[in-house]
Write a protein that binds this ligand. Structure first.
Ligand code: IMP
Ligand code: MG
Length: 178
């Protein structure tokens, strides 16, 4: 987009290496039984696809859609469910798979929604975590990388629906006006 440039923050290879580590950790942590991976659309779909294949144990995958930022770079504060799960999570270990936890509002809302459905457990795996931006405290059990307060795109993350298909995670930098 005019007036902005991309700087690689995490390469595709760094991302894959880290995801293999998280997958092994998840295999080690969970007891036997069904693990439900819940992908938060749309940003987490690439992370979910790679994470699911880094996990050796049995998993079920499902998807939840929520309203996005649209053209903006910060949260509107309101979270709307646009697609619900296909299957019940009652008694299941649920792992919410998210691209990035920023203010924490989205994930706090989703944890609350899922807890009402009586799962055995609910945890969060996020590729990226921006702890400086948090105003709703949430526990993120599995974090790919912590990042500073910068706007990132790629590997599923978008700005106004663009850049999701980049293989790397990049900082979207706005060039100073000429
Ligand atoms: P939160 O509710 O503020 O934690 O926002 C989480 C959601 O905001 C993520 O699922 C992303 O869709 C979006 N988001 C937050 N930070 C970024 C970013 O740096 N790049 C792209 N999307 C972001
Ligand atoms: Mg998202």
């Amino acid at each position: 987009m005019p007036g902005s440039s991309l700087r690689v923050l995490f390469s595709a290879q760094q991302i894959q290496t880290r995801i293999r580590e998280i997958g092994a950790q998840i295999d080690a942590d969970y007891p036997d039984g069904s693990l439900h991976l819940v992908c938060i659309l749309k940003g987490a779909c690439f992370f979910m696809a790679d994470l699911a294949r880094a996990i050796q144990r049995d998993v079920v995958i499902d998807f939840m859609g929520i309203s996005s930022y649209g053209q903006r770079k910060s949260t509107s504060g309101a979270v709307k469910l646009t697609k619900d799960l296909d299957s019940s999570v009652e008694g299941a270990d649920v792992l919410l798979v998210e691209d990035i936890v920023d203010s924490g509002l989205t994930i706090a809302y989703l944890i609350n929604v899922l807890q009402q459905r009586k799962p055995r457990s609910v945890r969060v795996a996020a590729l990226l975590d921006k702890p400086e931006r948090r105003h709703t405290p949430v526990k993120v059990t599995y974090v790919g990388f912590q990042i500073p307060d910068e706007f990132v795109v790629g590997y599923g993350l978008d700005y106004a629906e663009r850049y999701r298909n980049l293989s790397d995670v990049c900082v979207l930098e706005e060039s100073p006006a000429a």
